[in-house]
Unconditional design. Structure first.
Ligand code: HEC
Length: 199
């Protein structure tokens, strides 16, 4: 008799765990509040976040080849995202919290029909987004990256997906130094992200 009782309890516990797994159990939501923090491997590499295309979209600077002597460093749209919880903190405090991830996914323009790189679609002549083509990330972490104004920079590949799943921090000369010299606010080019200043 006692054995059967224990078995029933175990079943109930397993059922409850299932509920947690499906996110319908309150404490699971509380745990999610740390999901925006960067995840590091044992040897200090950054893990590629998941679900980033559903984060808050900040903007898409575009530097097409045809306007850059035929060879732009990054001819794609630069779609920039930040996690909704980091965005909420930024809106409240107007600062990027420790652990902020800014993720830039590159997205090719559709094939050119004109010398200036443009093409015509039903809406008019211009540039239109095509395939995904790479990921760069900036992370704010004052203990890891004190030497480059608290931000580390990572490249997960400049090509079609799948991307690398982890990346080591790039040398300061490769990334941070240009952000140090030119960025608007705390190493970030906020001038291009209207939503950060929007009321
Ligand atoms: C020559 C200057 C320069 C270098 C070098 C550079 N960046 Fe940037 N970065 C920019 C500019 C300008 C922007 C915003 C405009 C744009 O994307 O065209 C930007 C934007 C970004 C953003 C979006 C958030 C933000 O700060 O606005 C990320 C992420 C980023 N860069 C990562 C990197 C990584 C990783 C490297 C090195 C592999 C790198 N950058 C090297 C100039 C630079």
């Amino acid at each position: 008799m006692k054995k059967r009782y224990t078995f029933a309890l175990t079943l109930a516990a397993v059922a409850a765990m299932g509920a947690i797994g499906h996110g319908s159990f309150k404490p699971a939501v509380a745990q999610q509040s740390e999901n925006w923090k960067p995840v590091w491997t044992a040897d200090g590499q950054l893990q590629l976040p998941t679900g980033y295309r559903e984060w808050v979209y900040l903007g898409s600077p575009l530097t097409p080849n045809a306007l850059n002597g035929g060879a732009a460093g990054f001819p794609e749209y630069h779609n920039v995202y930040m996690h909704p919880e980091v965005y909420a903190i930024y809106k409240e405090t107007k600062t990027f919290p420790e652990g902020t991830i800014l993720l830039k996914e590159l997205q090719l323009t559709l094939e050119a029909q004109e010398d200036d790189g443009s093409r015509s679609e039903v809406s008019g002549r211009g540039f239109f987004p095509g395939a995904y083509n790479g990921i760069d990330i900036a992370v704010k972490d004052s203990s890891r990256f004190a030497d480059s104004q608290n931000w580390g920079y990572f490249n997960f590949g400049h090509h079609a997906p799948p991307y690398a799943q982890t990346a080591a921090a790039a040398p300061t000369e490769a990334c941070a130094s240009c952000h140090i010299d030119n960025a608007d606010e705390d190493m970030v080019f906020t001038r291009f992200y209207a939503i950060l200043g929007a009321e």
